[in-house]
Design a protein around this ligand. Structure first.
Ligand code: MRU
Length: 375
């Protein structure tokens, strides 16, 4: 997508051919800073500290991280080490494991001499695939927005979204935002309510930033506002992203998504989830019981960062000294609350049969356990 007229992606091979560029998302929205990754350790740290975040981008960044590791050492032991180090960075988004498995499959039967080049090619392909998938999600989601616009006779369509499932969370386009960007670019009047998304405020900081750079009308709302807006008919549909969808259609996404789904259900507001197929985990079924929920530092809840009147970035403490805090990063929305899954192969029911029919190869591979490195 464009920033001030220039095309950007969230991760790229630098022109030196030896390092990986990223947008440092911890600096947004007040500073636009890029960073250069040259080692496995830097790639792992970038994912862990959320310089890069969002399920699809975590996957692509991990793929490049594997390449960086192989540049240093292309041995089997190094591959194992890199796989483990990258996998340990964040537990919930399944795209991370998927990308690492694909990297492993690409390099494991290659000679040491071939591995570096093969890894770079595969990482680039994973990134390109994400872009193409998100464009397809946009094409399939667009008619949902257009249908509401037609019903409202051109009056603006209000979409509520949670967290950041925009282009910053992917390599480009975003998942939840792809239909929104396409609608906006086509001249459909679309307006986004962006949940601020405490504690890390991805909605306030990232979704608002990217929507404003693309010129999409939007309003940032406090997390608890969505239910009220829905009760008053001010939300036409909800579109969120996801970090993992189970075989039966349960949806794991940023903490607070479940409450939005409940409010949408109570108010008969359509609740859609946009996802690339690498986000489907056919090895799990019951999202509540089987998806590991990341718990992050309590500091993210206890403190908040922002820009002061004189332009400095400062972090301040919100809670009393010594008050215990808990920081659950994700929750699970049961399939029954999901109106539809917007995928690169169309809008599907959040049901086992629909997912398996649309992605038979992925569903069939579910028993494939982790590939091992051949010697
Ligand atoms: O903790 P984050 O910022 O990585 O969480 C991101 C989300 O929950 C997104 O909604 C999800 O990854 C989908 S991104 C297209």
């Amino acid at each position: 997508m464009k920033i001030d007229g220039k095309d950007w992606r969230t991760v790229w091979l630098e022109s030196d051919g030896q390092s990986v560029g990223i947008i440092d998302q911890t600096q947004l929205p007040h500073r636009f800073v890029t960073a250069r990754l040259t080692t496995l350790e830097q790639a792992a740290r970038a994912i862990k500290t959320m310089q890069v975040r969002g399920a699809p981008l975590i996957g692509a960044a991990a793929a490049y991280g594997m390449w960086l590791a192989l540049r240093e050492d292309a041995s089997d032991e190094s591959i194992e080490r890199a796989y483990a180090a990258l996998l340990a960075t964040r537990p919930t988004a399944i795209n991370l494991k998927r990308a690492l498995d694909e990297m492993l499959a690409a390099v494991r039967n290659r000679s040491r001499g071939e591995r570096v080049a093969v890894a770079l090619t595969r990482a680039g392909e994973i990134a390109e695939e994400d872009v193409a998938i998100n464009q397809a999600i946009g094409r399939h989601g667009l008619p949902l927005i257009e249908a509401i616009a037609a019903k409202k006779k051109g009056e603006r369509v209000n979409v509520l979204t949670h967290c950041n499932a925009g282009w910053l969370a992917t390599v480009d386009w975003g998942t939840a935002t792809a239909p929104i960007y396409m609608a906006h670019d086509k001249g459909v009047a679309v307006h986004v309510f962006a949940d601020e998304t405490r504690p890390r405020n991805q909605g306030a900081a990232l979704t608002a930033w990217e929507l404003s750079h693309h010129g999409v009308p939007h309003t940032v709302i406090a997390d608890n506002t969505g239910g009220h807006l829905m009760q008053h008919g001010l939300v036409d549909l909800v579109i969120v992203g996801t970090d993992r969808v189970t075989a039966r259609g349960d949806v794991c996404n940023k903490i607070g998504t479940y409450l939005k789904a409940l409010a949408a259900h109570d108010n008969k507001v359509p609740f859609y989830v946009a996802l690339p197929s690498p986000t489907i985990d056919f090895t799990v079924s019951d999202g509540l019981a089987e998806i590991p929920i990341e718990q992050r530092s309590g500091d993210e809840v206890a403190c908040i960062s922002g820009k002061t009147h004189d332009g400095r970035i400062e972090t301040v403490q919100l809670v009393p000294d010594g008050s215990p805090v808990a920081n659950y990063a994700f929750d699970v929305t049961p399939a029954r609350l999901v109106t539809g899954l917007i995928t690169e192969r169309g809008v599907l029911k959040a049901e086992r049969a629909a997912l398996a029919a649309a992605f038979p190869k992925r569903a069939g591979n579910k028993l494939q356990s982790r590939l091992t490195v051949s010697s």
